[in-house]
Design a protein around this ligand. Structure first.
Ligand SMILES: Cc1cc2nc3c(=O)[nH]c(=O)nc-3n(C[C@H](O)[C@H](O)[C@H](O)COP(=O)(O)O)c2cc1C
Length: 200
């Protein structure tokens, strides 16, 4: 399918079919795709947690407000977190990135307040969300991106130390009666003239 059709057909799934599980090979493909996400200076300040373990997934669902039923019925829950231990981040930059990136980090990033740096790193993780949602749709996997979660509770459940949880994505296969499918509700978007400026 061409990318335009994929964009028209992907949607936020509100009801998953609890009897369907994403095959292992496809999960491995998704992990590989996430790993290939782009980021400023190739900083890669992220951690992606893939959860299919039922009790853990249910505990995370219970820390997700109105999103709980979606997560419980989904095949997997993927949690997106950002590195917030800047000493660790600096070590990674120095160990893994080329000289130009290290210099950029020292000149422009290191001296600024921690909040600003974590904000910049957070932007990089959000890029992976777009990449991931598009990849899922191309692989005919349904998804629900969710900021409606309790990040502190997620952090405890996942036993994270250096990372801050930002959002999660439930993935699986839609219930055929899911009322949010584009063929039922269409795609609600602002007109192209409002959101695109063209200067020819
Ligand atoms: C960062 C982000 C957070 C979102 N959080 C939630 C959420 O907590 N629960 C939910 O049902 N949908 C959530 N959504 C889905 C949006 O409401 C949805 O993408 C938007 O209404 C457009 O609809 P579509 O994805 O079906 O095209 C979120 C989407 C994004 C990108």
């Amino acid at each position: 399918m061409d990318f335009r059709s994929i964009a028209e057909q992907r949607y936020t799934t509100k009801k998953f079919d609890a009897t369907k599980t994403i095959p292992k090979e496809k999960i491995e493909d998704l992990k590989h795709i996430l790993k290939l996400s782009p980021s400023s200076i190739n900083s890669q300040p992220w951690l992606f947690s893939f959860v299919s373990h039922k009790e853990t997934k249910n505990a995370l669902a219970d820390a997700s407000f109105f999103n709980a039923p979606k997560i419980k019925n989904a095949s997997h829950l993927v949690i997106f977190s950002v590195q917030e231990n800047l000493e660790e981040f600096e070590r990674h930059v120095e160990e893994n990135l080329p000289e130009g990136a290290v210099n950029f980090y020292k000149q422009f990033v290191k001296e600024q307040p921690k909040e600003k740096t974590v904000n910049w790193l957070t932007h990089q993780v959000y890029i992976t969300l777009g990449f991931f949602l598009a990849a899922c749709a191309a692989m005919e996997i349904d998804s629900t991106p969710m900021e409606g979660i309790e990040p502190e509770k997620y952090k405890d459940i996942l036993k994270l130390k250096d990372h801050k949880v930002l959002f999660s994505v439930a993935i699986g296969y839609r219930d055929t009666l899911d009322g949010n499918q584009p063929n039922i509700v269409g795609k609600s978007r602002l007109p192209v003239e409002t959101v695109i400026q063209t200067i020819d």
